[in-house]
Design a protein around this ligand. Structure first.
Ligand code: GH3
Ligand code: MG
Ligand code: MG
Ligand code: MG
Ligand code: MG
Length: 307
């Protein structure tokens, strides 16, 4: 398996387009134009559009500007402000032909403008171009920010995200937890079963961790060789210990044979730390505490949670 298999949608996978317009006729026109080549979704108001973007992660949004309650500009602004939807390409489709309005759209992060009534050939070409650019950007992001072995976030992404999440928790005055995880007796595993099996094991462990994390804001990264770290925003210590125990259980439930472990199968140990972030504290101390707790978990026989 290489990077592309885990992270990037297959070339053959159809792109997803969300069409947002308060006039069903406009949606219909765009649907007819694109449904053969793309997977199509539609929304008739801004709120619906944002919810669908979060849920479906379309590649492109074809966004009307004039809509009641929430304008296309507001929708674009909200999409760009949320890390979950910030990378979705926004193309405004509008009856306006006004420099000022168009510049405003680009400043809000739109990638293109299409004017109504649409010219089918030009519109198709522009959408196709944006789609290719989006795929290239996604590829760059995954190479830069994901771990190539396991497909989870890499250390670089972790180092970008934690300070942002820290600041956010300071503002919202909510507790922030981290779980530091380390596979037990992993050197012995490699020695016994070989490095390739070791790699396969790390992939399975990473998958078990990420599927155990249920909330979209929770985040796991490969921190080092056989170490992973989870950031759990808005989670008190007890909740984080509970999550950590679920992860420890999920890894053991993989039942990966390991005859040189005292458990006879692959297990993981967890150190948990929680803090109420404040500007006079640093996120580094949170990690140090989790690391110390992980050390205690190892001292306590492994395959356990300490916090
Ligand atoms: P402990 O229970 O105390 O954590 O013992 P351990 O053997 O897991 O710890 P140690 O730090 O001694 O060994 C970690 C091993 O993880 C050493 C290294 O060979 C292995 N490792 C690190 N990264 C990778 C990797 O990408 N692939 C494979 N297959 N092994 C790796
Ligand atoms: Mg409209
Ligand atoms: Mg280690
Ligand atoms: Mg270590
Ligand atoms: Mg280890």
């Amino acid at each position: 398996m290489d990077v592309a298999d885990i992270i990037v949608p297959l070339e053959t996978e159809r792109g997803k387009i969300l069409v947002v317009d308060d006039q069903p006729l406009n949606i219909k026109i765009l649907h007819q134009l694109f449904h053969e080549d793309y997977e199509m979704f539609m929304a008739t108001n801004g709120q619906q559009a944002i919810a669908l973007c979060q849920k479906l992660q379309p590649d492109l949004v074809l966004l009307d500007i004039e809509m009641p309650i929430m304008s296309g500009y507001d929708v674009c602004q909200q999409l760009k402000a949320d890390p979950l939807t910030a990378n979705i390409g926004v193309i405004f489709v509008t009856a306006h032909f006004d420099e000022v309005q168009e510049v405003k759209g680009f400043q809000l992060g739109a990638v293109d403008f299409i004017h109504k009534p649409i010219n089918p050939i030009i519109t198709t070409a522009r959408v196709k171009n944006q789609f290719i650019l989006k795929r290239q950007t996604d590829l760059l992001h995954s190479i830069a920010l994901l771990d190539s072995l396991t497909g989870v976030a890499n250390r670089r992404q972790f180092e970008q995200r934690l300070p942002e999440i820290w600041k956010h928790s300071c503002r919202t005055q909510s507790p922030l937890s981290v779980v530091m995880l380390d596979v037990d007796f992993f050197k012995h595993f490699n020695d016994r079963y070989g490095h390739q099996e070791g790699d396969r094991c790390l992939r399975l462990v990473a998958k078990a961790i990420s599927t155990t994390l249920k909330r979209a804001v929770d985040f796991v990264a490969r921190y080092g060789g056989e170490e992973f770290i989870c950031i759990l925003p808005d989670t008190p210590l007890l909740g984080a210990e509970h999550m950590a125990q679920n992860i420890v259980d999920a890894v053991q439930a993989l039942h990966i044979k390991h005859i040189d472990s005292s458990f006879n199968e692959v297990t993981i140990s967890a150190g948990v730390a929680c803090v109420q972030p404040r500007s006079d504290l640093t996120w580094q101390t949170l990690i140090e505490t989790a690391d110390q707790q992980l050390y205690v978990a190892k001292q306590n026989g492994r395959n356990v949670v300490c916090g």
